[in-house]
Design a protein around this ligand. Structure first.
Ligand code: TRP
Length: 453
């Protein structure tokens, strides 16, 4: 092991930190809203298939690569090859992707901070949720203020090193988050719209499925599991050789998927009961949750708790996004942690400014601007990162793990410390998925999105 690299306190710490990275705005904000936009059922099914057959094998691959190399995403490839290699570009892509994602992620996370404040002042439950969100989204001053505040908080935590802070925070926050979701779910089952919501999420409505939706489901399975840019690889590099990679990957994937489905089963009953549309777009969680809280006894406390949790879920994910770029500068370029974090966080802040203007009337970056297709700057960044950069990075990571890693070392590492991984056929099945199913699926979906297939 290289000198000075930390390790997780226990297997549970890794699972909670990895789940902290995975569970975020992707689960609570994005998944429900893209499910709504893509008509529900069939989209959810394709998403689940993507998680199981593509996400999980890549998750195991990433954690395995990190544990084997014990270094950052850029250092991993040359280190495991034992020589300089063009595969290092997968690491570069990862660093760039982290910066792009965090730049707009921080803007949405900023909304959650703003809503925490509105919940404290009580304004949240006094205002019409639709108007409140529309005015939040459109206001450059609010967006810039909370974007910078959120980036500053993220930077401070990464500055102090993630181990003590993230590990301890995740141990409290993840269980609390699950409990909160369970309580909200219990409330949602009492609503009139619950039956319709279950049918919307789990009923099979093939007619509403499009090719773009398949690309979106694939892209989102990367996004929600924090795959394709080395975040899980970096976290995996803090595991010891005795840790069970298969079990921790399974647990992380399961937790993430459960929270995403719970989020849908909380949001859609509320949506339908209030007579609102499922295809409500990015405002879904910010409009519909306040709506529910307004009719709950103790609504102010509920709303405060909910947006604090949304903020913490976003924060534990943002930390992992920033850490990938910072770790690269520290590990490979010999920068001090302080300089690395200040420069990367500053860069992310600047690149995020256009996204902070995305709801405004600004002609270049605002709501009505068109970059790729009908998408404004914010949507273009999200589209490029989750639908293209992450799958491309995932392709690289899968390709390297399955074709370029020494077979014997890979098999020994896969089985080390893992009962599940040592069962007959498990290693073989994983390798075949990574060798054939994963690359073929990614390439086919991409060609389709390009209009070639
Ligand atoms: N998975 C997080 C979410 O669902 C976002 C995230 C954190 C992420 N780290 C990542 C996405 C790395 C892609 C890659 O909100």
């Amino acid at each position: 092991m290289s000198e000075g690299r930390g390790q997780w306190g226990s297997r549970l710490s890794f699972i909670l930190a990895a789940a902290g990275s995975a569970v975020g705005l992707g689960n609570l904000w994005k998944f429900p809203y893209i499910t709504g936009m893509n008509g529900g059922g069939a989209f959810v099914l394709i998403y689940l298939v993507c998680i199981l057959l593509i996400g999980l094998p890549i998750m195991i691959g990433e954690v395995l690569l990190g544990r084997m190399s014990q270094s950052s995403v850029v250092g991993t490839f040359p280190k495991l090859r034992g020589e300089p290699t063009a595969w290092v570009s997968v690491g570069w892509l990862g660093v760039a992707t982290g910066i792009v994602i965090l730049s707009y992620y921080s803007v949405v996370a900023g909304w959650s901070l703003h809503y925490v404040w509105l919940a404290i002042t009580g304004e949240l439950l006094k205002s019409d949720p639709q108007t409140l969100f529309a005015s939040t989204y459109a206001d450059p001053a609010i967006n810039l203020r909370y974007h910078s505040l959120f980036m500053a908080i993220t930077a401070v935590i990464v500055l102090g090193g993630i181990k003590g802070g993230v590990e301890r925070a995740a141990r409290v926050l993840m269980p609390v988050l699950l409990l909160m979701m369970a309580a909200l779910l219990a409330y949602a089952t009492t609503l009139d719209g619950f039956g319709r919501a279950v049918d919307f999420v789990f009923g099979f409505h093939l007619e509403s499925l499009t090719g773009d939706a398949v690309l979106e489901a694939l892209g989102h399975s990367f996004f929600t599991l924090s795959l394709g840019m080395g975040a899980m690889l970096t976290y995996g590099s803090y595991l010891s050789r005795r840790d069970d990679v298969i079990a921790v990957s399974l647990a992380t994937t399961a937790l993430d998927t459960i929270v995403a489905l719970m989020a849908c089963l909380v949001l859609f009953p509320i949506t339908f009961s209030a007579g609102m549309e499922a295809a409500n777009g990015p405002g879904l969680v910010f409009i519909n949750m306040p709506l529910a809280f307004a009719s709950l006894p103790g609504g102010q406390i509920w709303s405060l708790a909910f947006f604090v949790l949304l903020f913490f879920a976003a924060l534990s994910s943002a930390i992992s996004l920033l850490e990938v770029a910072a770790a690269y500068l520290i590990d490979e370029r010999g920068w001090s942690r302080r300089n690395a974090v200040l420069v990367t966080a500053g860069l992310v802040f600047v690149i995020g400014i256009p996204s902070a203007l995305s709801g405004s009337t600004n002609g270049t970056f605002g709501a009505e601007a068109h970059w790729i297709g009908e998408r404004n700057w914010f949507d273009t960044f999200d589209y490029l990162a989750s639908n293209w950069m992450l799958p491309l990075g995932g392709l690289g990571i899968a390709g390297f793990t399955a074709w370029r890693l020494g077979g014997r070392a890979r098999e020994a590492s896969f089985k080390a410390g893992s009962k599940l991984g040592s069962l007959p056929g498990v290693y073989f099945a994983w390798l075949q998925l990574l060798r054939y199913a994963v690359p073929v699926a990614i390439v086919v979906v991409m060609l389709h999105a390009l209009g070639v297939l």
